[in-house]
Design a protein around this ligand. Sequence first.
Ligand code: PLP
Length: 385
Amino acid sequence: PFRLSERALSLKPSATVAVTSRALELRRAGVDVISMSVGEPDFDTPPHIKAAATRAIEAGKTKYTSVNGLPELREAISAKFERENGLLYAPDAVTVTSGGKQALFNAFFALLNPGDEVLIPAPYWVSYPEMVALTGAVPVPVPTTPESGFQLDPAELEARITPRTRMIVLNSPGNPTGAVFPPEVLAAVAEVAQRHNLVIVTDEMYEHLVYDAEQVSIGRYAPEHTLTVNGASKAYAMTGWRIGYAGGPQGVIAAMNALQSQSTSNASSVSQYAALAALTQHEETASFIEEARRAYRERRDRIVAGLNALGLPTPTPQGAFYVMADTDRLHPDELEAARRLLDEARVAVVPGTDFAAPGQVRLSYATSLENIEEVLRRIRAVLGA
Ligand code: PLP
């Protein structure tokens, strides 16, 4: 009797599953695999945030909250948008979700109809096209190249607009590329969106992880066209707490709240109090972010230099904590290259197959410098063999 739905069946099986399960299998067999595939900070959640959660538990703040989040948290998010991003979203134009992922999911389901086209710069985070396709809309990749550091060309974007285009999804700093789109590119994309009456959904989860670039919110250029998604996961090392949020036009936020009210309801109350501390105890939070950024930058410089020296061309990303390495020297097919890295170097990476990055693999440097040095040693041994 269990016939799977067309929607469930339409989810694309991940090409990277094979590599991931092989890594788990090796680990279980006692092989010391170094994982460069994780998408989360290796730092612990800062103590002032954990303390706020403990206090919330002890004070019995463990019940439902309003679906769209605690009023004081929405006020803190509204203030954060203004202070850090120059965006004016009233607390009622803000919603709190179970992770950035749910904010994106709700936004796509609130805004897209079957057949609508959605422009997504590629390489992209795999969840964008999958979520968009689940709504019945059509993801349309806009290619970028390693040679340009995966910079988006607004003319390339505009060339793919058709009468069915409804939305542009931006992610800067980006996963998997680490690219940060400069203000002039964002202004040009905003102008295209205004001229063609398109919605911009911007995912700014990695906004604090920028190294030699300026991170600007595109909502400053096209406030009437932009829905801004962010969250606590990457900025404050809070991936497990599941707090995301979005700011946008009130009508859209209301539709997202309605979707959420019939699915997950409020994000975890305890996690909301933790996020409130992250957004209001500015000094502690800023010093954590500064320290994390300094560590990531040092790791980035080491891994980029090391991979390039090994003949695996790797552009220097300006943000997030990922690099994209060209693995042609290991194997022309990135799935095979990832398999070699795993089997011969005992290093787990993510092949670019699912994010439209053929010939490349993604390595996360959210790991210690010692691990990075060891990874480079292991790859050198494989290439030298
Ligand atoms: N957006 C991007 C670009 C991400 O890389 C991730 C996590 O990997 C998310 C959103 C999801 O964040 P969360 O864990 O808060 O759902």
